[in-house]
Design a protein around this ligand. Structure first.
Ligand SMILES: *Cc1c(COP(=O)(O)O)cnc(C)c1O
Length: 358
């Protein structure tokens, strides 16, 4: 069977988004965060389109291996650093930067007999309480790192925000202040901002901005889409109708019959479901696009299929394209309907979907 569900990735959109973010971030440098397979868009293709970035950010050494194998010479920062002492040699072999966020990692570094200078980003927990050293430990950790010949002398100081997508949330202002206090007097570049902070928290610009979502044209700001921030969505997810049926008034659609036809009506069956990464939590009423018109999802999303109310497009035919999200149908709207964020949807597109570049 041919694969009907297609995720097309707009490489020019990625490149244009990068240019826009670089201009917004300047004079700070821009790290393009490409973790989770480039937010689901495909690591290697995304990195190719974003090759002008000052660095790449990845979650795991394995992603750094893939980028080096693809020929990338840019700085690559492993955002959670080594997971075991043996990772230090691999970080050096691949010339990857390591985030150091925990005393165990510091001990592994100190236990090394030597080695080429590893580039280190010292992570401060300024209030998110996920990864990072407590503010009162930072000066001591910095001193311990700075005296190691196996650590590069330029140590980047970084932190991460918990709520920077809420532009009036006082927590971010507190985190900015806590980070400044913890790092006062220490040398080295600063890195605080993710995408949302780049938009909403200019005081957190620092020397390195770490942007992910906006590069892909995605927003996590409530009620906003990528386009609202001047970036272009890079992913378009589409499939085709494989059935158009006339269903009688009162009949129920799909598993558990959660939606009933209020009148005799055309119902389209599209070849995509949660096995492709379309969220099962999307309720009846969630929009899709057919012949440039909005049609509503009806009934439960199943593994391979979903049903659409075709009353808005009564001339729809088997084989017609159905767009699930893309530049003309913001993924943020689908995410809001499904009770999640755009990032989870693009990350969740599965291997069954055919990825093409445009
Ligand atoms: C994922 C991540 C980012 C990027 O966040 P976006 O919201 O996608 O811009 C930045 N910094 C760290 C530490 C991250 O884990």
């Amino acid at each position: 069977m041919s694969r009907l569900a297609v995720a097309s990735i707009d490489l020019a959109a990625l490149t244009a988004n990068l240019a826009r973010l670089r201009a917004l971030a300047a004079p700070a440098r821009l790290m393009a965060v490409v973790k989770a397979d480039g937010y689901g868009h495909g690591l290697e293709r995304v990195a190719r389109a974003l090759a002008g970035a000052d660095a790449f950010g990845v979650a795991a050494i394995a992603d750094g291996q893939r980028l080096r194998a693809a020929g990338h010479a840019e700085r690559i920062v492993v955002l959670s650093g080594p997971d075991a002492p043996g990772d230090l040699a691999e970080l050096r072999r691949l010339d990857l930067d390591a985030v150091i966020h925990h005393p165990s990692q510091l001990e592994w570094l100190e236990a090394e007999a030597g080695g080429a200078p590893l580039r280190v980003w010292l992570k401060v927990d300024s209030g998110m309480h996920r990864l990072g050293f407590a503010p009162q430990c930072v000066a001591d950790v910095h001193a311990r790192l700075a005296r190691l010949p196996q650590v590069h002398p330029e140590i980047v100081l970084m932190t991460h925000f918990a709520a920077s997508d809420e532009f009036s949330n006082a927590l971010t202002a507190q985190q900015i202040e806590a980070f400044a206090a913890a790092t006062r007097g220490l040398p080295g570049p600063r890195s605080l901002s993710n995408s949302a902070a780049l938009l909403g928290w200019p005081a957190a610009r620092g020397d390195w901005v770490r942007a992910g979502g906006l590069l892909y044209g995605l927003s996590v700001v409530r009620g906003k889409t990528g386009a609202d921030h001047g970036v272009v969505p890079a992913m378009r997810l589409a499939t085709r109708l494989i059935a158009v049926n006339r269903v009688a008034q009162g009949e129920a659609i799909g598993y558990a019959g959660t939606w009933r036809c209020p009148e005799a009506m055309p119902v389209g069956i599209a070849a995509i479901g949660y096995g492709d990464g379309y969220p099962r939590s999307a309720p009846s009423g969630t929009p899709a696009l057919l012949r440039e018109r909005e049609v509503a999802l009806i009934g439960r999303v199943s593994m391979d299929l979903l049903a659409l109310d075709l009353r808005a497009v009564p001339d729809a035919r088997v084989g017609d394209e159905v767009v699930l999200w893309g530049p003309d149908l913001p993924v943020e709207h689908i995410a809001a309907a499904a009770g999640t964020i755009s990032y989870e949807l693009t990350c969740g597109v599965t291997r069954r979907v055919l990825f093409v570049e445009r």
